[in-house]
Design a protein around this ligand. Structure first.
Ligand code: EPU
Length: 445
């Protein structure tokens, strides 16, 4: 393994510096109209890395994660884990960013409310801390304001495993003085976070846990692989029924984070909307689920190659499609906003129905400012393709809304200025540098 100099590490992950603070005053200026071409390396998945880092709390041994995305969410979780006594060693190699976590001296006490309020995935600390320490005290988690985002499934599942949980004054206090025990759990919906939380708890519980109606996302399978490498016994990852035999003593592990299927889908939209051609290195077509055929119907050509997917606009141009978001392998809600940006420029009309989150159309108003023709009726947005978008000053309201505005900006005439960049940086690893390397006129200022 070649370890690159610390200057490369700082460039890839500037938030590792003790004095680093997000620059909330920055904006992103995008000048559209250039076809993007070249190679765009797809990073480790934003939604896989957080549970993976938290899984390291289950063992006193070293867990090394490779292909870590250098995103703001990772920075926030790192700060949280450090305060819980986890040591982290970062390195940059030719194949990407790696971190080795050591939770040898884990202290369940001090969890920072401000940090928790910035990240939904912090709720996964509940399962891991209960499993390892028998107690957890956590402020209610935050995250993107895209819907109600309850945690009732998480709490009901942990209670079924014997945890005593109280909610008071915005705090979750959980205890399992006798340890957790395996249980039969039926999730009302295949919730990604609840499945992950219960997996983390179940590997340390005594006895067998069965999670029915479990989420099937590639990030769940990735977590199961990592836990398996640590010695956990998990059967059924990727199906609706997960069976976990708890109680094995967990060892350390080395694990490569699965490539980010949402970054892949986002960049496929970029290639098609700018009429360019991008090799999305490391991208896996199978992980797109229903989005693969939806993209093809919309005129986004995706061709598998040895080291990724080549994305370009189909010769017949972009065409309107109907999309309904569903849990995996259905059309991903996280691709709803990027796809909407693409469809604003497609021939004909599209209907996009969001079934997972109640408030995930906040990008609609911003896309309209750029000339898009979109009307929202309840949970469905009707998009009529227009001949062109124009630059405007627009605000990012959540991670995927930010990605949609970048896509629109790259296609629009003139300059688009994006504010609220924290949202973009939470989920996309070095997106500005990677787009610029494909020829985008994009700069932070
Ligand atoms: N839900 C409940 N109660 C619960 C748990 C979920 O009512 O206890 C509801 C939610 O309110 C939502 C639905 O169930 O309406 C699905 O939520 P889920 O739990 O599956 O989502 P999540 O775990 O909060 C993760 C991703 C999201 C992604 C969703 C769906 C992470 C950190 N977040 O959220 O990613 O949209 O799964 O795939 O993994 C993003 O990346 O932009 C993002 C928001």
């Amino acid at each position: 393994m070649t370890v690159l100099p610390s200057s490369s590490l700082q460039a890839a992950a500037p938030w590792l510096r003790a004095d680093w603070r997000p620059d909330s005053g920055q904006v992103l200026a995008v000048r559209g109209g250039r076809p993007l071409e070249g190679v765009y390396p797809i990073s480790g998945a934003k939604n896989a890395i957080l549970p993976l880092m938290i899984s390291a709390l289950l063992t006193p041994h070293l867990v090394t994660l490779r292909n870590v995305p250098a995103s703001l969410d990772v920075a926030v979780l790192s700060a949280l884990l450090r305060r819980l006594g986890t040591e982290m060693h970062w390195s940059m190699t030719a194949s990407g960013l790696s971190v080795t976590l050591s939770a040898d001296r884990l202290q369940p006490g001090s969890i920072d409310g401000e940090l928790v309020s910035r990240m939904r995935a912090s709720v996964l600390l509940l399962g891991a801390l209960l499993a390892r320490c028998g107690e957890a005290r956590l402020p209610m988690p935050g995250g993107d304001a895209i819907g109600l985002r309850g945690i009732d499934f998480h709490l009901a599942g942990l209670r079924a495993m014997g945890a005593e949980i109280e909610l008071a004054s915005g705090l979750i206090e959980a205890r399992a003085p006798q340890g957790l025990t395996g249980a039969e759990i039926l999730l009302p919906l295949p919730s990604v976070g609840a499945t992950e939380n219960l997996m983390l708890a179940a590997v340390a519980a005594s006895g067998t846990t069965v999670i029915r109606n479990a989420a099937r996302e590639p990030e769940i399978v990735d977590l199961a692989h990592c836990l398996g490498a640590m010695g956990a016994k998990i059967v059924g990852a990727g199906s609706h029924v997960l069976t976990i035999e708890g109680g094995a003593a967990l060892t350390g592990a080395v694990h490569d984070v699965v490539p980010d299927r949402i970054e892949l889908g986002t960049l496929a939209c970029v290639a098609a909307v700018t009429d360019g051609e991008i090799l999305l290195r490391h991208g896996r077509a199978a992980h797109l689920g229903a989005a693969l055929s939806a993209f093809q119907a919309a005129g986004v050509d995706l061709c598998e190659e040895a080291d990724g997917l080549r994305a370009r606009r189909a010769p017949g141009g972009l065409a309107g499609i109907d999309v309904v978001t569903q849990p995996y392998p259905g059309f991903a809600t996280d691709l709803q906003a990027p796809t909407m940006a693409l469809l604003t420029l497609a021939k004909g009309a599209s209907a996009i129905t969001e079934t997972l989150f109640e408030q995930r159309f906040l990008h609609v108003g911003e896309l309209r400012r750029m000339g898009a023709d979109i009307a929202v009726h309840g949970r469905t947005a009707r998009v009529r393709g227009v001949a062109g978008l124009h630059g405007a000053t627009v605000a990012c309201t959540d991670v995927r809304a930010a990605a949609a505005l970048v896509i629109a900006g790259l296609a629009a005439d003139g300059e688009t200025v994006l504010t609220g960049l924290d949202h973009l940086d939470r989920g996309y690893d070095r997106i500005v540098d990677k787009l610029a390397a494909c020829g985008a006129d994009i700069v932070r200022r």
